[in-house]
Design a protein around this ligand. Structure first.
Ligand code: SAH
Length: 328
């Protein structure tokens, strides 16, 4: 018998250690693998945020869960072309636990330094990017039973329940209601919040989840682009859960940082100029022009990835509002 978060941590560590899940033929695809314009826009976001910070040199440019390194390679190429002083000041640090994906990242970003955990990033002003990182971190789940909370454990491929302890949950709940808590994400928000308040900078998270904290079971497994049983064959499917952006913002604020958002990904990327970039790519690549436009639409359309995915930024309390969060 294993608590759900321990099960999910073990399953995902095995999953990411054993394969490159992205792209054609993989289990799923992510925004940076859909179009280079995504990483390029985030690179320019980082460069503008750096100027809002007062252009510190050096600055730590970090990414959590960089996958194949595609986002950061695109971001740095755009930054070198448009804001070369930022690219020169940036010291690249990647937080990645999978040895296999570290190798893929090293091929594209040989200048990086790797970390197991964001807590070991060097001190100083920081810009951190993370796309579909928080959703892979292990969650705990609680179920309301007879006026009290029970916790979900995993035994023999099925859920079991035990009395809950050591966690702050609402005092009430409807019978059978499920609540999720992502403790590593909340710890990261607290650590980053304190660090950003003390040393300056911003951390941008793109992920999927509701705008407000909400009850419900969001644990899902994807294998070969299809939904699978999350508890069966651990390590063979990608396990994710919705991100509770409101809880992360509250936690970072309590640690002294400011938080903007979440804003829908479609609103955020459109404000950063994703569609103009896609049009420019289409014009310079007429044979595949439609592909560039379709990719931008997929990332921004509400019925595709534009609404369920959201952007949240945690930052120093006096930093002017970073690009894309003007409406938040
Ligand atoms: N950002 C990439 C990859 C998303 S998949 C993209 O958008 O394509 C999740 C990434 O987080 C993978 O690189 C995975 O190996 C990494 N990861 C998962 N759990 C982690 C953890 N606890 N610490 C560090 N990296 C982790």
């Amino acid at each position: 018998m294993e608590r759900l978060d321990a099960f999910m941590a073990r399953a995902n560590a095995a999953y990411y250690a054993g394969r490159d899940p992205f792209g054609a033929g993989g289990d799923f695809t992510t925004a940076p693998e859909i179009t280079q314009a995504f990483g390029e826009c985030l690179g320019l976001w980082a460069a503008v945020t750096w100027t809002l910070m007062g252009s510190p040199d050096p600055v730590i440019l970090a990414e959590a869960g960089p996958g194949r390194g595609t986002l950061m390679a695109d971001a740095l190429r755009a930054a070198r072309a448009m804001v070369p002083d930022f690219a020169r000041a940036a010291r690249l640090h990647l937080v990645e636990t999978s040895p296999l994906l570290r190798e893929a990242q090293r091929a594209r970003l040989p200048e990086a330094t790797w970390h197991e955990d964001a807590a070991s990033l060097p001190d100083g002003p920081l810009i951190l990017l993370a796309n579909e990182f928080l959703d892979a971190l292990p969650i705990r789940q609680f179920v309301r039973r007879d006026g009290a909370w029970a916790e979900r454990w995993v035994a023999g491929g099925a859920f079991a329940e035990r009395p809950a302890s050591g966690v702050a949950l609402p005092g009430t709940g409807a019978e059978g209601e499920i609540r999720e808590v992502n403790e590593p994400a909340l710890r990261l928000a607290a650590t980053l919040g304190a660090r950003l308040a003390a040393r300056g900078g911003a951390a941008l998270f793109l992920d999927y989840g509701p705008a407000e904290s909400a009850p419900g079971d969001s644990l899902q497994a994807i294998r070969g682009r299809e939904a699978a049983d999350p508890l069966a064959e651990p390590g063979t499917a990608d396990l994710t859960a919705h991100v509770d952006f409101a809880a992360l913002a509250r936690t970072a604020r309590a640690a002294g940082a400011a938080a903007h958002g979440p804003v829908p990904q479609g609103v955020f990327l459109s404000a950063l100029g994703l569609h103009s970039r896609a049009a420019a790519l289409a014009a310079s690549d007429p044979g595949r022009g439609a592909r560039h436009i379709e990719a931008a639409t997929r990332l921004t359309a509400p019925e595709a990835m534009g609404r369920l995915f959201k952007a949240l930024v945690l930052c120093h309390p006096t930093l002017p509002t970073p690009p894309g969060f003007e409406t938040a």
